[in-house]
Every structure is written in C-alpha cells, then in structure tokens.
Design a protein around this ligand. Structure first.
Ligand SMILES: Cc1cc2nc3c(=O)[nH]c(=O)nc-3n(C[C@H](O)[C@H](O)[C@H](O)COP(=O)(O)OP(=O)(O)OC[C@H]3O[C@@H](n4cnc5c(N)ncnc54)[C@H](O)[C@@H]3O)c2cc1C
Length: 574
C-alpha cells in the first residue's frame, strides 16, 4: 500500500499552497487532483486578490482592521471574526511572498503592485494581473511545486494527476488516508497517509446557471461529508451579478471596479433607485447588486424580461485593452460583441460556495489528521456573503496555515495507521463500482444532473421561500432515489469518464440536499440567503452557523455559535 506523510487532495491554489508549505517543513507530500492542477477552477479567477497594501494612496488610509471590518460587514456578521482577522493580518505578507516567487502582478506607474476597487471596500484594495489573476497565481504556485518536485530524487513531492478521490478513510476517529481511482487506467487504490488536507474547491455545478468549471461538482465536499465530517453554512450560495447572458461566463467585478455602469432598458444607472445600493452603486456587495438586478428586471425595466446591460464604453479602448483584455476576448469570442463599442448583456449566476467542510481557524476539522482549506472549507471568513477578491486571499492564507499545521501534526503523531480499515473501505468502493457497472437500471446520469440543475436554479436561487424550498426538498429525494437505478453505457476500465460522472453525481445530489435543507430551516434573510417570506435578518434566532451531517435518511441539521470579535452586528438597510 502506498504511503505519504501528507496527502493534499486538490491541485488548485489552496492545494498547491498547502503542499508548498508542507514541503518547506521537510515533510513528504503527495498532491492528488482529478484534473491536471493547471486545469483547476482557480485558473479562471479574473479580477483580483485583496490586501490592504495602500498602493493607490488617494487620501484613503487602508489597514488590516479596515479590511477585516469590510469583510465582516459584507458577510452580514456571520463570518467568524477571529478567522477574518487572521486572514486580513496575513494578507500583505502573502501577496509579497507571491510577488517574490515571480507572480506577474499589474503595476502602478511607480512600479508598485496595482490595485483596483472591488465591492465592500469602495477604494482600490484588489491586487490583480490584468483580468487573469487566477492564471498568474496558479502558474506561480505550480512553478514552485515543480521546482520542489525536481529538486529532490527522494520523491518528496509527488503528484497524482487525473486521480479521483472517492472516499476518505477514518479509523478510530483518526484520518488514515483516502481511496482514489486512477482515471486513465481505472485502477482503484488505497493511499495511506499520516494526514490529509482537502482543498477540493466549490460546488457550483449543483446549479445550471453557474460561472463554475464543470469539475466543481460538489464531490470534493461530499467525500468528507459521507465519512462523517459536517458541512457548514451550505445554504449560503453567492450569485455573481454579471455573467454573460445565455453563457454564464463570468464578467469580472473588476469591470465595475474600473468604472463600468449597470443600465436598465431606459439607459438609467438603476442601482441608485435602491436604498442598499444607492451609496456604493456598482461596487456595492454582490448579494445586493444581484438582487437589485433581478428586482429591476421583474419590474419590467430589463431587456426581454431577462437581462440588463453592463456598459464599459466610456472607459475607452486603451483602458479596456490594458486592464480588461480577457473580458474583451470572452465577449468577442462568445457573443460577438466588442465591449469598447457595445454594452454587454448580463444577468446574475451562481458563483461561489460560502459554506463548506467545517473547520476552525487552524484549518482543523473535527477528525484528527484531517485538514481543509480554500473554497471547499468553511473557516468561516465569508459568512453569509463573500467580498470579491477575498476568495483568492482565503486560498493562499489558509492553504499555508493548513500546510504548516498538518506538517506539525505529522511530525508529532504521524506514521502509518489503519491498514485494515483502508482495505475494507477499498473493497467496499470496488463493490459499489462493480454494482454500478452491472446495473440494469434505466436512469441516464445526464438526465438526473439536468433535472437537479434546473430544480436548483428555479427553487434555490437568489430569492427563496418556503414553498419553493419544500418542493426542492421533495425533488431531491426523488432524484436520490432514481440515482439507485442509474445506468452506465460503457463499463470498460480505462478513461471511463461515464463512471467518473456517475460517482460525482452522487456528490452533486447530497451536497445539494445540504444546501436545500439549510435554506429551508433558516427562516431569515442574511447575506446571499434571501427569503421573501422572512425578509429581515434575525440576529436573535439566527446569528449562528448551520452544520449539516450526512445520514442514510438524509441531512441532519445542527447549529454552532458565531465567533463575534471587535465588530458588533449592525442593523442593515433593506
Ligand atoms: C470564473 C471565476 C472567477 C473568479 N474570480 C475571482 C477573483 O477575481 N477573485 C477572487 O478572490 N475569487 C475569484 N473566484 C473564486 C476563486 O477563484 C475560487 O474560490 C478559488 O480559486 C478556489 O480555489 P481552490 O484551490 O479552493 O479550488 P479549485 O481551484 O477549484 O481546485 C480544486 C481542486 O480539487 C481537485 N478535486 C476536487 N475534487 C476532487 C476529488 N474528488 N478527487 C481529486 N481531486 C479533486 C480538482 O482537481 C482541483 O485541482 C472566481 C471563481 C470563478 C469561478
């Protein structure tokens, strides 16, 4: 049986940053990723990464305290303030570290790292590499990983590319490894580990209208969930205000940060009509803008009852070419529009999973030896609504923390454990796959997936209410039941992507159920969770985190207190 001191599941920003930290602590590490690490969703991040560097001094003073306050306020006071303070205090250091590792950030005229305004701050705090920030960051980290990989012949850093982790193995309350399938050969193996870090990204593809990559299915959260680790705050789903109509490709908040306008069918900047977006207009937090776009369209001021316009023309060609070249390319390629000449038709779409695997500020889960970081984790720094630019920061800061703590854990307690349990779970997984291959059922995986997506888009969207959520709760049960009769058209072992999608679909369904049940139970409106039947925030009853536990009968909900620090919850405008 293969053994690694630390296994990092995930080759995105959080996973790579964690692996680098483990390697720096002289602990052997393996990265497992179901795609080549450079195909992780992090590569698609566009607009920027927050840090209070103050490189655009315009009489505005910035600090980690201000950044922390904006983050907590943006989170609608659900974020744990100790976690937020940890992240914002570390931010500048982590950005400079990336710069020293060669990240090609855009520059100010004086040669400093350039920053642009993003929602929540109202002034430039997001560092960026034109509109391809994720691309620049991921390549920087991957390069560093390659450097470590090739620096040693003793296999101190190993990468399992295109391996799907199907199970997390826990023996007597301690994490002892994972079960994974090599997608190319079809071989399933138990991989033993001193400790495991889950950095498996978001679950956006439980929705149809989403900016997320196809691989963000939810399975990365479902694997620890199935093994008994609770998911936290899964009802909080971020809808990004601006995705291209009909394509759901993200149009970065950077467009509005650079000065872009949102216009209704009368050519008005309609955000000024609404109390909660009048002050900050296009750079108000995302939940507020997404709701006001839907309200504007519902009031009959959209185009074809389905979209509004994002106008960048007044920024001028030169600025668009220099600061937003990727956005221009996307618009030209996918809808034949040059944003320097025509406004872009946009509508909101699912974008980010605020919830995730429950962990504390040290990235520790309830299971000894199991850590988590990045979008798959819920530390929680984003609470009920994430500020733009804070997710990339979260991956870098908590990736490093997870790596450091895991190394220390392995150095003090590590070693091979749980061989029998690993073999038992491996055999169980083989039986499940065998059963799927022999199924005589008639259910097509793609049909179940499409129905799930449509149901989530319709019933668990920007505006929610009890009857729609109850409908979703019934439908998810039916889909889970139909999943047992799923059929596989190809049963060969090599590169069986049909089998991969069937395994992932189970993750899709179970994570969606946690989201629905959390949303149905939470009878208030907070951040991105807006209940039309409970339109106000209710701190007396609901200033608490939701915990979802997996059981064979369905989700079991529990609650945990929020860590309130220096920032007392303030009334919000509706
Ligand atoms: C279009 C887009 C633009 C964005 N722009 C910004 C931005 O400008 N600023 C910002 O702050 N945030 C942005 N975000 C959010 C941010 O990019 C993500 O939250 C962040 O990059 C997630 O990084 P991660 O490392 O946690 O996960 P990911 O990059 O998603 O990586 C997950 C990894 O886990 C692996 N994995 C998952 N499940 C398994 C499994 N079962 N077995 C094996 N491997 C598995 C995958 O192969 C992958 O390598 C954007 C998101 C999108 C979708």
């Amino acid at each position: 049986m293969k053994y690694h001191d630390v296994i990092v599941v995930g080759g995105g920003l959080a996973g790579l940053r964690a692996a680098i930290e483990v390697n720096r602590h002289n602990v052997k590490v393996a990265i497992i990723s179901k795609v080549h690490p450079l195909r992780s969703h992090s590569i698609a991040a566009q607009g920027g990464i927050n840090a209070p560097l103050e490189n655009h001094f315009r009489g505005i003073y910035d600090s980690w305290e201000k950044h922390a306050f904006d983050t907590v306020k943006g989170s609608d006071y659900l974020a744990d303030q100790d976690a937020v303070i940890r992240m914002t205090k570390d931010a500048a250091h982590r950005i400079y570290e990336l710069e020293h590792w060669g990240c090609p950030f855009s520059r100010t005229a004086e040669g400093r790292i350039a920053q642009r305004p993003f929602g929540g701050a109202g002034f430039p705090r997001a560092c960026y590499a034109s509109d391809k920030t994720g691309h620049a960051l991921l390549h920087t980290l991957y390069q560093k990983v390659m450097q470590f990989k090739h620096a040693s012949e003793r296999e101190e850093l190993v990468i399992y590319e295109e391996w799907l982790v199907t199970d997390l193995v826990i023996d007597e309350g301690v994490c002892v490894g994972v079960i994974a399938m090599d997608i190319i050969s079809g071989k399933i193996e138990a991989l033993q580990a001193g400790a495991v870090i889950f950095a498996t990204g978001g679950s956006g593809r439980i929705y149809g209208n989403t900016t997320n990559a196809l691989i963000n299915t939810g399975m990365g959260m479902a694997v620890p969930y199935w093994a008994g680790v609770p998911l936290k705050d899964m009802e909080f789903i971020q809808f990004h205000p601006t995705t291209i109509l009909g394509k759901n490709i993200l149009i970065t908040e950077g467009c509005r940060g650079e000065g872009g306008f949102l216009l209704n069918n009368k050519g008005e900047r309609f955000l000024e009509k609404y109390d909660d977006s009048r002050k900050d207009m296009e750079i108000a937090p995302r939940d507020i803008i997404a709701r006001n776009i839907v309200r504007e369209i519902s009031a009959g001021y959209g185009f074809d009852d389905s979209y509004v316009l994002l106008d960048l023309r007044h920024l001028g060609k030169e600025k668009i070419f220099r600061r937003l070249p990727g956005i221009r390319d996307i618009c030209m390629e996918f809808i034949g529009i040059d944003p320097a000449e025509s406004p872009i038709p946009i509508k909101p779409g699912q974008h980010y999973t605020m919830g995730g695997i429950d962990c504390n500020t040290e990235c520790e889960t309830k299971i000894k030896g199991l850590y988590t970081a990045g979008e798959s984790a819920c530390v929680s720094v984003h609470g009920a609504n994430r500020l733009g630019g804070n997710s990339l920061l979260d991956t870098i800061v908590f990736g490093a923390i997870a790596g450091e703590n895991t190394s220390k854990y392995v150095q003090s307690t590590g070693g091979k454990k749980g061989e029998k349990r690993l073999n038992d779970v491996l055999n169980l997984r083989k039986q499940i796959i065998d059963k799927i291959g022999k199924s005589t059922g008639t259910e097509e995986p793609v049909t179940i997936k499409n129905e799930l997506n449509k149901m989530m888009d319709t019933n668990v969207g920007i505006f929610r209410n009890a009857s729609a959520l109850q409908k979703a709760a019934c439908e998810i049960k039916t889909l889970q039941e139909r999943y047992h009769r799923i059929k596989l058209n190809y049963t060969g072992t090599q590169v069986n992507l049909g089998l991969v999608w069937v395994l992932e679909l189970k993750g899709n369904l179970d994570v969606a159920e946690a989201c629905i049940m959390g949303a149905l139970a939470r009878e208030e409106s907070r951040g991105a969770h807006f209940r039309t039947d409970f339109p106000r925030r209710d701190d007396t009853n609901w200033l608490k985190h939701t915990l979802s536990y997996f059981t064979k009968e369905g989700v079991k909900l529990d609650y945990a207190p929020v860590n309130i620090g220096p920032f007392a919850p303030k009334e919000r405008k509706y």
